[in-house]
Ligand binder design. Structure first.
Ligand SMILES: [Zn+2]
Length: 271
């Protein structure tokens, strides 16, 4: 398992330079990763990522676990990405998006943050179990196809420095690398810097919330060229209230981002 993990880790780090895979070094890394993976395919039986029963293919779920994921399917609110009860045939806005529009343009998510999706994300974040990342990458590329097609760059939502120290990795960066590879889009992991966690926003007015999160994210001077005039897709694991994504979008737009969409594995739908 170690050889595969090392090759994959190297591939992820190479991907973080933001270049679309072209270089000879990158092709070599990918070849090593692919060869190690193929060898493992022969040696290890594929197991369901949810319940560890034997299945036919790697990086997948058994049918019972698949049914425990509440996938988000159209019709959707074009801004918030949440399901709508009916389809009018064109872009639609939910009442929530009209009453309190977010600072990002469009959000899309793979599933509701409950059931097995919640368990998979929890083990991905807190138990260092990254074996679901290929499945996550496939899901994100599919759920975000519309916004990824129009994207210039992908930017993972960063962790604050102390949280990165305690967790040792940023799960959003791993998801961005997987998604960027599949969608063939450059990933810019350093385009945003986070100075602190997003403060609680419950019960505040829109203006108060915007003041509250104004200094959470910033774009370093060195990253301006990757932000100004660009269509950006922010990548995160979960959209909870949308406050974090809105704060990140505000920081990017202040530096001239043309549009900022958000793509996540899961979204909390408390409506
Ligand atoms: Zn299963």
């Amino acid at each position: 398992m170690a050889s595969h993990s090392d090759a994959e880790a190297a591939a992820v780090f190479v991907a973080q330079d933001g270049m679309v895979p072209q270089s000879a070094a990158r092709r070599a890394f990918r070849a090593i990763g692919t060869a190690a993976w193929s060898a493992l395919d022969v040696m290890l039986p594929p197991l369901c990522l949810g319940c560890r029963t034997r299945i036919m293919a790697h990086d997948a779920l058994c049918p019972a676990c698949w049914r425990r994921i509440d996938f988000i399917r159209p019709p959707l609110c074009d801004r918030l990405g949440l399901p709508m009860p009916y389809d009018t045939g064109g872009p639609m806005l939910s009442a929530a998006a009209v009453a309190d529009p977010p600072d990002f343009d469009r959000a899309r998510a793979v599933a509701s943050f409950d059931g097995l999706m919640r368990e998979l994300i929890h083990s991905f974040k807190f138990h260092d179990t990254h074996n679901a990342r290929r499945l996550f990458g496939r899901w994100l590329a599919e759920a975000g196809r519309e916004i990824l097609d129009e994207a210039d760059v992908l930017v993972p939502v960063p962790l604050s420095r102390w949280r990165l120290l305690t967790r040792r990795f940023n799960q959003a960066q791993i998801l961005a690398a997987e998604t960027g590879r599949r969608a063939n889009k450059p990933v810019k992991p350093f385009a945003l810097v986070r100075s602190r966690s997003t403060p609680h926003q419950v019960g505040l007015t829109r203006a108060q919330r915007q003041r509250n999160v104004a200094s959470v994210f910033r774009v370093p001077q060195s990253e301006m060229a990757d932000v100004s005039g660009k269509a950006i897709v922010l990548i995160d694991d979960v959209i909870t209230t949308g406050a974090t994504a809105s704060a990140a979008a505000t920081a990017l737009k202040r530096r001239g981002a043309r549009r900022v969409d958000v793509l996540a594995l899961a979204i909390v739908s408390n409506t």
